[in-house]
Write a protein that binds this ligand. Structure first.
Ligand code: ADP
Length: 582
């Protein structure tokens, strides 16, 4: 059995569908654009981190190559490199690589050879150190203690800002010694963990050294390498200089933390690269490695590794700013706007359709009313006139009077109909005027009573507040209002039921109440009775056009007043409230 939906459901169904569909599509599009935007940002972020990592790795590789080429220079000259040759060889490289703090040569000096070495140290034109040095835990340079061997810095370029390092025993410090031994034993370049340079006095920066071993003779075994070691060529780097130099041409909104993974945990943090200033600082607190970053689906995607002299550095990237997902927001807004626009358009379209339907209903009612309400009195007039003409001589005076009365009544009904239609159409065209004047109330009401056709035993009673003698009102409008209300009260009441007109007033308004004991207006019809051509279903054979109350409403509105309907099966009371006219 087909399910019957209530009328209201059909009325709101299209709007509900548009709303549901609009919101659904908006939601889907927002989710889709959001995902697409996030993926795009993720891939952009990944590309940027890749570029940064590659650039940094490339710079470090270049530095490694430079140190290797310096060690090749030693090998090619059978390690016969003096201070002048060393300076000349490295000068060009230092000019091209601003990230290098210094390039140095540090031979291995045995305890026996120490005094000869220190004699040379004193005699050298640069510096004039007395002895091989080492550093106390407080950072002061003191003569090196007695050890089987030393690795003192001997040649260094540039001299300026690095002079303190001359004669410093690199093997005296544990971090440096570990890297020295690894380079010596593997025959490959080896980097230190983070260190503070001997010559670093002002800035709080981390540095690192990269050593390449130089042997007397080619050595392939561990023992051979240890025996044949001549010394080390080394590069001195500040982490900040290396990173800043290699990234100076890359402008991305990505910061990163640099860690030395090969070092013990407490010594891993090397610095923080701030994309905005393009500087590396060591002040920023290192983040926990599991720092959440929305642009990396997995934690490792924010991590990149680079290798450097048998060590591994870890870069942890993080975007500088979290800009909102503008595309997603725009999609949401556009979707909502489109949905709302569609709803507005739909509701306008629906009300347009409703108006058209109402108009066509109105037309139908007009035709059916006109055909009935005009034809009935017309045929009364026609038949009465014909019978008058045919029986003119036989009609008694009483019969003649009744025929004339019938014709008059029919003409009056037609006249009333035409008047009502005229009033409405003039009001519609804005031609109905409001022209107040002083009205003597009692006389005016009694005159109206005379114009209302009451039933044989019906009385019309007027209750007027004694103080209310005159009022400033539009006579024509009030006339239409009261005639229509009283005619209805009479029409829809039994023959002997009285009708009352109660006129009362207060500071603000004047009230006319028309009270009858008639058939009443069904509750569901009370909203519609003021529409043109509407007639209640309970009117039975009582004649009417459905225009009277439409005229009343128009006139009351023109007067700036209000209407109130109270009705039950025992009778009706319609109140007209008119504000005092200034
Ligand atoms: P009509 O020519 O039908 O009286 P109106 O516009 O004057 O047209 O009234 C509209 C409808 O309101 C009537 O058809 C009737 O159903 C209802 N109505 C108006 N006044 C009364 C009343 N006093 N008692 C009962 N019904 C009334």
């Amino acid at each position: 059995m087909p399910v019957k939906l209530p009328l209201k459901v059909y009325r709101y169904l299209p709007a509900g569908l548009v709303l549901g569909l609009g919101l659904g599509l908006t939601f889907a599009a927002t989710v889709w654009v959001g995902r697409w935007e996030r993926l795009t940002r993720q891939s952009e972020f990944q590309t940027q981190t890749d570029n940064l990592t590659t650039s940094l790795q490339r710079t470090i590789n270049r530095y490694n190559d430079l140190i290797l080429s310096l060690s090749d220079f030693y090998r090619a000259t059978d390690n016969q490199v003096d201070g002048v040759a060393f300076s000349q060889f490295v000068r060009r490289a230092l000019g091209s690589y601003p990230g290098i703090q210094a390039l140095e040569w540090a031979p291995q000096v045995s305890a026996i050879a120490r005094s000869d070495y220190e004699r040379w140290l004193r005699s050298t034109t640069r510096g004039g150190r007395d002895t091989i040095t080492e550093r106390t835990s407080a950072g002061t340079l003191i003569p090196a203690g007695v050890r089987p061997s030393y690795v003192p810095v001997t040649f260094l370029e540039p001299w300026q800002d690095n002079e303190l390092a001359l004669g410093y025993d690199l093997a005296s410090d544990l971090t440096r010694r570990i890297a020295l031994e690894r380079a010596r034993d593997t025959g490959a370049i080896a980097a230190t963990g983070r260190i503070k340079l001997v010559q670093e006095t002002t800035e709080d920066q981390y540095s690192f050294l990269v050593f390449a071993p130089v042997y007397n003779r080619p050595a392939t075994t561990l023992v051979g390498r240890r025996q044949q070691l001549e010394g080390y060529v080394l590069g001195v780097f500040r982490v900040a200089d290396v990173v800043e130099e290699s990234l100076q041409d890359l402008i991305y909104d990505v910061d990163f933390y640099i860690y030395d993974q090969t070092a013990p945990t407490s010594e891993q943090f090397l610095g923080f690269y701030d994309a905005q200033t393009q500087r590396v600082t060591t002040e920023t607190e290192p983040i926990a490695p599991s720092h959440p970053n929305p642009l990396c689906q997995r934690e490792q995607e924010c991590d990149r590794r680079i290798s450097l002299g048998q060590r591994e550095w870890r870069l942890v990237f993080t975007p500088t700013t979290q800009t909102p997902l503008w595309g997603t927001l725009a999609t949401l807004l556009i979707g909502l706007l489109v949905t709302i626009s569609l709803l507005i358009y739909l509701s306008r379209w629906q009300s347009e359709i409703r108006r058209t339907r109402e108009l066509s209903n109105l037309k139908l009612r007009l035709f059916s009313m006109a055909s009935h309400e005009l034809r009935t009195p017309l045929s009364v007039i026609w038949v009465s006139a014909q019978s008058w003409a045919a029986n003119q001589t036989q009609l008694t005076p009483a019969q003649q009077y009744s025929t004339i009365e019938r014709i008059q009544l029919a003409a009056k009904r037609m006249g009333q109909l035409v008047n009502d239609m005229l009033t409405l159409s003039r009001a519609e065209a804005g031609k109905l005027e409001f022209a107040p004047e002083i009205v003597e109330l009692e006389g005016f009401c009694r005159q109206i009573f005379d114009q209302v056709d009451r039933q044989p035993n019906q009385t019309l009673d007027l209750h007027l507040e004694p103080a209310l003698t005159k009022a400033y009102l539009d006579k024509n409008l009030l006339h239409s209002i009261l005639v229509n209300l009283l005619s209805n009260a009479v029409k829809y009441s039994p023959e002997d039921a009285p009708v009352q007109l109660v006129v009362a007033g207060d500071d603000q308004s004047l009230r006319f109440r028309v009270i009858d004991q008639g058939i009443g207006i069904p509750a569901e019809a009370q909203n519609q009775i003021f529409e043109a051509f509407y007639r209640g279903e309970n009117v039975g054979s009582v004649p009417g056009t459905g225009l009277g109350l439409a005229v009343v409403k128009t006139c009351v509105e023109l007067h700036g007043g209000l209407l109130k309907v109270e009705s039950s099966a025992k009778g009706t009371c319609i109140t007209v409230i008119l504000p005092w006219v200034e």
